[in-house]
Design a protein around this ligand. Sequence first.
Ligand code: KG4
Ligand code: ZN
Length: 345
Amino acid sequence: MLILGLESSCDETAAAIFDQQQNKILSQHVASQDKVHAPYGGVVPELASRQHLEKIIPIIRRTLKDANLQLTDIDGLAVTNAPGLMGSLLIGIQVAKGLALALNKPLIGVNHLEGHLNAINLQAPDVPYPHIGLVVSGGHTSLYDVENFGEYKLLGATRDDAAGEAYDKVAKLLGLGYPGGPIIDKLAPKGNPKAFRFTLPQFGGYAAKRETSTLDFSFSGIKTAALLAFRQAVQKNEVAEKFVADLAASFQNTVVNFLVKRALEAAHQTKAKAIVLAGGVAANSELRKTMAQACEQNNLTCLLPEIKHCTDNAAMIAYVGARYLQMGKQSDLSLNAIANQEIGV
Ligand code: KG4
Ligand code: ZN
């Protein structure tokens, strides 16, 4: 069974072909819109939709060509239908529906977060269950107890900004460009991670009485602390190369330690034996290194997807779609975009 996967939930237009028999991606392409959104320091939804519209057919054509396939060879269509930007999601959905109708092949809508959580299956056939899945992206920072394929329990999530969003906002503040994650990742090793002390959020006292989950995240405080340090340095005329590298390193150090701490707490609470990283921020070199070390020290298996399967891609969507289609699930032509849709709640 050959599944064509499409992803257009945010600012990447992607297509991939998954061969279920071989459990292998035959080809995949991603058209990034980074250059289009960079002048604005973030994704402009209207521009994103227009880009998807321009790119999606050429990307599908290229993906088919690389795999030496025709559209008629495809056995099913998988498309991200939630969560994401409505205008962006709709482009992928309409194209997938059109193809499914024209080819008379089954269609399946896939949740983008479920795609991220399963990206690891593209390279590790024997992923241990249950495991802790940590999705860290531009829109989400969520911890899951992954009991099996399709069985997720949300253990904690961010109460404000997502980790990637905080990376992008701090990079914007420092005038480093967009997207900020990879830029800060590259710059941080040049700075001192102990130069600034940012305290980790505590959900104690009143919040603990009011809220249930202690596995939640919060990044707005760290972001504001970076903003205050920056303002102070501007006032004192101290914003030089070293300052920027130190702030980037300290910010990254705090975020990484926070993510690792929570993932270990979750593994401890659920007695899981493995931690799986997912999402764009999972491409971060410091996070990958620190998580791997922490897992080793705690007798846990650490599973890190390939970098190309951390950031948005269609391979993970094709994989999840193929699994559901094999289980006999499918969507009909009323499939629609859903802007907000958590899994495992
Ligand atoms: O998963 P993704 O491609 O899209 C969403 O679903 O949001 O994640 C994008 C986010 C952006 O915020 C970007 O800055 C961040 O992932 N990111 C990184 C790195 N590469 C991408 N953050 C930290 N270090 C990286 N190397
Ligand atoms: Zn994503």
